[in-house]
Design a protein around this ligand. Structure first.
Ligand SMILES: Nc1ncnc2c1ncn2[C@@H]1O[C@H](COP(=O)(O)OP(=O)(O)OP(=O)(O)O)[C@@H](O)[C@H]1O
Ligand SMILES: [Mg+2]
Length: 460
């Protein structure tokens, strides 16, 4: 049944029990070792490192409870099942707290034992799986998972490794698709908390009314619909890292509450009285300019300062062209494996298109383009015609003012950014049928700020 024979240890001063159980375990594929009292059992445990131990409670010399404690001290993960008379069930329950896996009440039938043993083994396998999955995760999402040939990105990777070891709150900012989430994960998996959970919350995706309960949980009956107690994200992330994505979308009322948790490390569930201490590291990300939001009054300054203890900036793909080829090949390999197809690479013209394109959607856009190409491709290499049209034509998929200027088009920054901004405002206005309040809302600026900009750019 199992690859290598594993050992079961049966400890009971009643020889009849040992005799009855031994064949059950042999049939399940175990080597069986028996012992007649706690002391002997402990010696056998040391010698044979059994996978599972059946331990009687009442025995001469050393009783089962003492033996259990000694065994758990040797190996805290040992799987020990206690055998107990009905009158001593209370002791067995207590023993579970001392680390026993479970108990059976004498007289028991053999099916009960078989079930219990299988369950114990299943749990052992799952534990081992979790350990190896976590290891895999940290290899995959550690800073080595951030592929790059770019000097500034390599520097960022080094900083991540340094920052990861600290407890500091980290603010990750950068354009959409540049790898902010990857950076947050690398901080977690490179930190002493990597064995704990990495919990991500997208602040923009949760309805405003539910945000507080999402973060802090709620007690049963705290509001209509709160039918049972719920643990919030802070509790879920205990001993791990809480990643608050799109922090710029967090409403002001919640900003105050977040600030309090960051400062005092405690909170209450919605509708709850008791204060809960928390041990969570917070990493936040945004593609918005939080400093500008602070000036506009939509983001609290005190929270910004608190979050900005360490700030990491991801770099747009167009500023690190050396990564385009590296990442394109990486995604090619990944999507070929996922789709079980074999494609050798990109033909020269296709690679030229990838290199010439400005990638406004950054690495995510590149990944999507390669995935699409892999699906469309029917030749041994990817051709220009397999690429999305905008990439094939080497221009951003937006109208002219949005295109990244080439080296010859460089003008004063204010002018270039202004053209870009004006164009976005015009589009938003048109989309909202000229309604300024709705436009301001959509653009995430105040109505007054919009008014200034309209005047500035002479948009009517
Ligand atoms: N340097 C990199 N190496 C490997 N994969 C990368 C790299 N940068 C980004 N990716 C991949 O690109 C995709 C986008 O990255 P990610 O989700 O981290 O970006 P983001 O900045 O959080 O984007 P958004 O602002 O849209 O949420 C992910 O699939 C990520 O794994
Ligand atoms: Mg993201």
């Amino acid at each position: 049944m199992r690859d290598t024979a594993t050992t079961a240890l049966i400890v009971d001063d009643d020889e009849a029990i040992c005799h009855m159980l031994a064949p059950v375990f042999s049939r399940e594929g175990f080597n069986v070792v028996t012992a007649g009292d706690g002391k002997e059992g402990l010696e056998a445990f040391r010698r044979h490192h059994p996978t599972i131990v059946l331990l009687d409670i009442r025995m001469p010399r050393m009783n089962g409870l003492e033996a259990l404690k000694a065994i758990i001290e040797i190996d805290p993960k040992a799987t020990v099942i206690l055998m107990t008379a009905f009158a001593e069930v209370g002791t067995a329950v207590q023993a579970m707290r001392d680390g026993a896996f479970d108990y059976v009440i004498k007289p028991f039938d053999l099916d009960e034992i078989r079930l219990l043993v299988r369950r114990a083994l299943e749990i052992n396998t799952m534990r081992a799986d979790i350990v190896s999955l976590r290891r895999e995760l940290s290899e995959r999402y550690g800073s080595e998972g951030i592929l790059t040939d770019n000097a500034r990105m390599i520097e960022l990777r080094d900083t991540i490794n340094k920052v990861a070891r600290s407890q500091a709150t980290v603010l990750v900012h950068g354009e959409s698709g540049t790898g902010k989430e990857l950076v947050a994960a690398a901080i977690h998996y490179g930190s002493p908390r990597s064995e704990g959970p990495f919990v991500r919350v997208n602040c923009a995706a949760i309805p405003e009314g539910l945000l507080e309960s999402e973060f802090f949980g709620h007690e049963k009956g705290a509001f209509t619909g709160a039918v049972s107690r719920r643990r919030g994200r802070f509790e879920q992330a205990e001993h791990g890292t809480l990643f608050l994505d799109e922090i710029g979308e967090m409403p002001r009322e919640l900003q105050v509450k977040l600030l309090r948790v960051l400062q005092e490390r405690e909170f209450e569930r919605v509708g709850g009285e008791s204060t809960i201490r928390t041990d969570v590291r917070v990493v936040v990300a945004t593609n918005r300019d939080l400093e500008a939001m602070v000036r506009e009054g939509t983001f609290r300054q005190d929270l910004f300062f608190r979050l900005n203890v360490v700030s990491l900036k991801t770099i747009p793909l167009r500023e690190r062209p050396e990564d385009i080829q590296l990442l394109a090949n990486h995604f090619l390999e990944r999507f070929c494996a996922e789709n079980t197809v074999t494609i050798r690479g990109f033909d020269d013209a296709a690679m030229e298109c990838l290199l010439a394109y400005s990638w406004p959607g950054n690495v995510r856009e590149l990944a999507n383009a390669v995935e699409r190409a892999v699906i469309m491709c029917t030749t041994p290499v990817i051709l220009v015609e397999n690429l999305p049209e905008s990439v094939a034509q080497g221009r951003a998929p937006l109208t002219d003012p949005m295109t990244m200027p080439g080296a010859d088009d460089i003008r004063p920054l204010r002018e270039m950014v202004g053209r870009f901004e004006a164009h976005i405002i015009e589009m938003a206005l048109a989309q909202n049928d000229g309604n300024r309040a709705r436009t301001a809302l959509q653009l995430g600026i105040s109505r007054r700020a919009l008014q200034y900009k309209l005047q500035d750019y002479s948009i009517s």
